[in-house]
Design a protein around this ligand. Structure first.
Ligand code: CDP
Length: 221
């Protein structure tokens, strides 16, 4: 069974997807973390993105693994824990440019489908309901107003001890949304059969409950 959760940057996908996975005892897959891990690799290997074939080869060969350690979902790139590094500002700045390359998307989508392998899964991303798992049992599209999304990202950084400006976060989120929504291959769109939830005025718990209820009704358990 697959629950697909798509939406723009900082719309609350991770918090909601993790919460729903926990409530239903499903496995959680963060496809954004995969594109981020690959982007970190591109930066470290100083990979030239204009050579798309080479970039795609790297994407096919790179090893990206998720491991749950207690309550934390850890990401490993070629056996190295990169859970914190993939959130770095330089990775965030480049990730949409890496993810728009078709060869790279193909490699990542293959890995995502392999990972699914008949599991009960909550998958979050941009193209999950539209491309990766078009037959997902439940499709959710999360959104929130830009100011609220920037504010939430600011709080996340504050909890880690960093002060980021709202205006800077808004600019970054808008830019990523623009690239993600206008790319030729698998742009960020809402599938016609997805249920849209605007989370601006809702708490994370409210949205988690809403999505969990939708899933339970749909899956009859
Ligand atoms: O958490 P945040 O909203 O910052 O973004 P993310 O989910 O970590 O995704 C980072 C970037 O990866 C997005 O801006 C997209 O460019 C790309 N991405 C994608 O192209 N397709 C996906 N299924 C997931 C992420």
């Amino acid at each position: 069974m697959i629950i697909a959760i798509d939406g723009p940057a900082a719309s609350g996908k991770s918090t909601v997807a993790k919460g729903v996975a926990k409530a239903l005892n499903f496995t959680y897959l963060d496809t954004g973390a995969m594109y981020r891990a690959l982007t970190l690799y591109v930066i470290e290997m100083k990979l030239d993105l204009s050579n798309e074939n080479k970039a795609a080869k790297f994407a096919r060969e790179v090893d990206i693994v998720f491991r749950k350690e207690g309550e934390k979902n850890k990401v490993f790139l070629n056996n190295r824990d990169v859970t914190d590094d993939i959130r770095r500002p330089d990775v965030t700045k480049l990730v949409s440019l890496v993810s728009k390359l078709t060869g790279i998307r193909k490699a990542m989508v293959n890995k995502q489908r392999e990972y699914a392998n008949n599991k009960n899964l909550v998958v979050e991303g941009r193209d999950i309901g539209s491309v990766v798992f078009p037959n997902a049992d439940v499709k959710i599209f999360l959104n929130a107003f830009l100011k609220e999304r920037a504010h939430r990202r600011q709080l996340e950084w504050k909890e880690k001890g960093y002060l980021l400006y709202l205006s800077e976060l808004e600019t970054d989120i808008e830019r990523r949304d623009r690239i993600d929504s206008t790319r030729e291959d698998s742009p960020l769109i809402q599938s016609p059969d997805a249920i849209q939830i605007n989370t601006t005025e809702k708490t994370a718990d409210q949205v988690i409950r809403e999505v969990t209820d939708i899933a339970r009704r749909k899956l009859r358990f």
